[in-house]
Design a protein around this ligand. Sequence first.
Ligand code: BGC
Length: 735
Amino acid sequence: MSTSPDRLDDLVESMTREEKFRLIRGTVLLEEGRATGYLPSIDRLDLPSLKMVDGPLGVRLDEATAFPASIALGASFDPALATEFGEAIGAETRAKGIDVLLAPGCNLIRVPQCGRNFEYYGEDPYHSGALVSATIEGIQSQGVGATVKHYVANNQEHDRTEVSAAVDSRPLRELYCRPFEAAVDADVGAVMAAYNRINGTYATEHEALLTDVLKDGFGFDGPVMSDWWAVNNGLSAARAGTDLEMPGVGVFELLPTQSERLTPLARLNDRWPDRIPGPEALINAIARRASASRGGFPNVSESKFAGELEDAIETGSFAEGELDAMVRRVLTLHTRVDRSKESDQIHPEEHDVLARTMATRGTVLLENDGVLPLTADTDLAVIGPNVTTAKIGGGGSSEVNPFNTVSPAAGIRNRASGSVTVAQGHPPIDDPSIFSIDIGSRFFGGTESADIRPAIDAARAADVAIVVVQDIATEGRDRQSLALPGDQNQLIQTIAANADRTVVVVQASGPVELPWIESVNATLCSWYPGQEAGSALGKVLFGDADPGGRLPVTFASEGTYPTGGQTSYPGVIGNENVPVAQYDEGVFIGYRWFDDRERSVQFPFGHGLSYAQFEYQSLSLGDGTPPESATVTVSNSADRSGREVIQLYVEPEAPAVDRPPRELAGFTSVEIPANSEHTCTIDLDPRAFAYYDDENGWTIDEGTATVAVARSSRNTQLRAETAIQADDSEDAEPR
Ligand code: BGC
């Protein structure tokens, strides 16, 4: 579609009111094909339809490449890899004839138990911003509109449709809004407004955040679309700046047309009538949830734009010009779509390779006494409740149905030349799915039993036991705790007590507690590694690839996070029966909190080991005050190549306001060949020298700061001091 602003104005001008309404709320897709959301075409005006599909880990439609979870991409600390990933999911979306991807997600990890942490990049706003913008550039390069979500302060799944984040403007601007600001800078097609409230007002009705900050402040010119059934009051939402209501119809209209979802369900219901509800029961269950309204499910009964907003325009209490502005924004999303980029390659082989590369690049080596990398002829016991299944992702709208998968057991078998004995040792851990219908009861814990003895025997006979464990996470619910579910901790302890050497592989959605870490020889965290889980693991274990990941989130014991108290998370019921989560920690989330309070952590933000050996040789800063860049030289003295993530932090000296002791200001992920040196210049984010002030906006005070080059937020290698000059010129606001 032509992107000229005049053409958009002409189009709006020539539309009837009924046509305009068709563009600001979704409807049921009646044509051939499916989508998560759908805007119909207006043939008279040659305006094509807009099909939208989830999601952030791969395309949720039929079969698609199941890439590692976003948190694994976050662990790569590599925006170039994020762009490659964006190009791949963009290409698969286009190949399926879909126009808009409902991805990426970039909420910051505030609550370590949040059920959707695996769909996000981490706990630092600069880091998430760099990755989200790179992903968006990749997606949109394929002629597909990207949708950044969920704006904003959607940091927990518990009560997600009701909870109010009680959060000040400073943390909103310094932390939670920043990845969205980066997405707007990357020209994102659409922004999805979250379910939750912010300071008492639903995100979809929050004029200050939608209109003042996002649109007028950041310069977003596309549509704000609601999360699915997130509009509570149509008129308030439209007035506040929500332009597009999705899915725009009640579930009763939507579901019966999704016969492909219901037919298999009916079949399962025939077979196990006691265990699987039929289609009717499902619809009723959803309706019951809707009326109960608390929890992770919205009120799915109807469209809110249909009634209230239509009436308001009719009576003149909502101006036609306002409606036109909403329509124009939706048309802007159309301009991101380029159907000439159509590709018939739904499953290019390179995407399997990319999924594998991303999985190795996201894997974090937490500890290693030298047992890794393994030599090829090591005799192995490969143990774990789900060791014969690839851990694709978590539950919810990000679920992907892959063409092929490689389980940990298969991947290790393919690579090893010694003996490999596989044993479960523990009943399988559930892989929850909100599409598994039996909402609620199957989520947390398997019921099968598994004999541990074959696992112990295998561990005793092997040179090294590899134990693969996992957590359970899904949209709509938070994890109950940071402990591994079931008796997996006990399994690890038992194997470690019986094996000569033990390596643990943790497949996790976010931080987990690792109480056995001192009893084992090495621990890897591979997050949710996707369809190539096993092949990537084989590569990392045997040293074909260096574990390239660093923690994008602090690992600590549960009660020590800033959200350790109930008022802070999950919140307590306040006025009018609204649950309120107090963001009392302000700008101190993640490592900012642990550093400020000098609390110990299990593994700090940015931590991760390599098989190579790096030494930091020099650090010099650019001439500016503050400097715009830092130049770092790192050498690798090992006889093998390795990947290092070079991290820069800014530490303000005697700041005028309370500020975190250090904040990430730049990073790069580099492969450094054996016995060689690498010099790179890394841009410094000017925001790291600034803080947000309600009156003056982003503010840089005169003073001094230290720029630290580090291997984690708690492992500084070199420091350099810099003078900072206050910038009070007209365009002072650092972007
Ligand atoms: C999720 C969104 C998703 C939408 C459509 C919602 O429940 O929060 O992330 O895009 O459903 O599936």
